[in-house]
Design a protein around this ligand. Structure first.
Ligand SMILES: *Cc1c(COP(=O)(O)O)cnc(C)c1O
Length: 389
């Protein structure tokens, strides 16, 4: 029996052993509350938090004081969107986002709409990318904020954030970027890309779950943000609550590893991905790729197997961890809203599988997974009166 192969790195990643090692002392001997000012237990925790803050800021090209710790990218997105729209109510009531966003953005935007804000959800091109002209046409005098995902969690497409940042800056509109999938995988620089708010997550980059951060620009005029969590005034008043010190330390360590490993890792994942594609395309007919291959995360693939029900395919090979759509909406039976937004039919969306390769995958695992998948697809096709036999 072959051990199970994990190819679902967009849902979450395992904690890197170096990250775990860095975290452990903060569960035991260094257990202090980072907000305790009167003793060394508190100072020690605060020092560790500030080191992590510097590491996260460095990876984003931000200043440490521009980083607000949260419980994850979902909370960061909520704070960014609700916090900005509330703080800039006098300036306007309109915000713009895109159809292929993560549910953390789409559901937050829907709630804002129900409470009276005006929302535009832009379509995307069939390749998965935003057309910046389309965004420019959607801007209104009342537009306060544009929220755009950097790398998509289903199809891995990387949006032209620098062009969007430039456009937003020119029109005096704030720009929030959901970088949960791209941070630590491809370069993100809030200054160069003119990003005002950036949401990131620990567990997508080999850090622990339940920790994330929101970058909030404090230079060249600070971005105003209404806190969504009241309490002791932690995190400059933006997000109250005792800091999760071990998780923050782990997130910081994950960022330093990502900073030094990013380039070699992307090259390695790109090779593994080509290997997987060659093997699948070499053995199967009726396989297609969803989304452009040009601007895409090195570890991502989204494959359509003609005549196959993707759920049935995944069920037939439980030792290969793949997914249909995103983990975040996998409780629902709806086909992927991302694939539908690309123009795929419901049937096409239902025959698509997301592949997420990551740091701990090996060539041997790729070969095994490719073999298992090809075999399972052929078996399912032979059982149904499909065209591809
Ligand atoms: C995972 C993810 C989120 C949510 O992050 P959590 O830290 O799990 O809350 C938001 N946006 C994107 C693009 C993601 O991939």
């Amino acid at each position: 029996m072959h051990p199970p192969v994990y190819l679902d790195y967009h849902a979450t990643t395992p904690v890197d052993p170096r990250v775990l090692e860095a975290m452990l002392p903060y569960f035991s001997e260094r257990f202090g509350n980072a907000a305790s000012r009167s003793h060394r237990f508190g100072w020690e925790a605060e020092k560790a938090v500030e080191q992590a803050r510097r590491r996260i800021a460095a990876l984003a090209g931000a200043l440490p004081r521009e980083i607000v710790f949260t419980s994850g990218a979902t909370e960061s997105v909520n704070l960014a969107l609700k916090g900005v729209m509330e703080a800039y109510r006098q300036r306007g009531n309109h915000l713009i986002t895109m159809a292929t966003e993560h549910k953390a953005v789409l559901d937050t935007v829907r709630r804002l709409e129900r409470s009276g804000f005006a929302v535009t959800v832009l379509p995307c091109r069939p390749d998965g990318l935003l057309d910046p002209d389309c965004l420019e046409r959607a801007l209104r005098p009342a537009t306060v904020l544009v929220s755009l995902i950097h790398a998509n969690n289903e199809i891995g497409t990387i949006q032209p954030v620098a062009a969007v940042g430039e456009l937003c800056r020119r029109h005096g509109v704030l720009f929030h970027c959901d970088a949960a999938q791209s941070f630590g995988k491809v370069p993100v620089n809030v200054a160069a890309d003119k990003i005002d708010l950036l949401s990131v997550s620990g567990h997508k980059i080999y850090g622990p779950k339940g920790v994330g951060a929101l970058y909030v620009r404090r230079q060249r005029g600070a971005v105003a943000l209404a806190a969504q969590m009241d309490g002791g005034g932690h995190e400059s008043g933006f997000r109250s609550g005792t800091l999760n010190v071990p998780a923050i330390v782990g997130f910081g360590e994950a960022c330093s590893i990502a900073a030094s490993a990013m380039n070699t890792e992307a090259a390695r994942l790109g090779k593994l991905r080509s290997r997987l594609l060659e093997r699948l395309f070499g053995t199967l007919v009726g396989v297609a790729l969803n989304g452009t291959m040009e601007h895409r995360l090195a570890g991502n693939l989204n494959l359509r197997f003609e005549g196959i029900d993707a759920e049935a395919l995944l069920m037939s090979m439980p030792d290969i961890a793949l997914s249909t759509g995103s983990a975040c909406s996998s409780a629902s039976v709806e086909p992927s809203h991302v694939l539908r937004a690309l123009g795929l039919s419901e049937a096409e969306a239902r025959s698509s599988v997301r592949v997420g390769l990551g740091r701990f995958n090996t060539e041997e695992e790729i070969d095994y997974a490719a073999g298992r998948t090809a075999e399972a697809v052929q078996k399912l096709r032979s059982l149904s009166p499909a065209v591809h036999q």
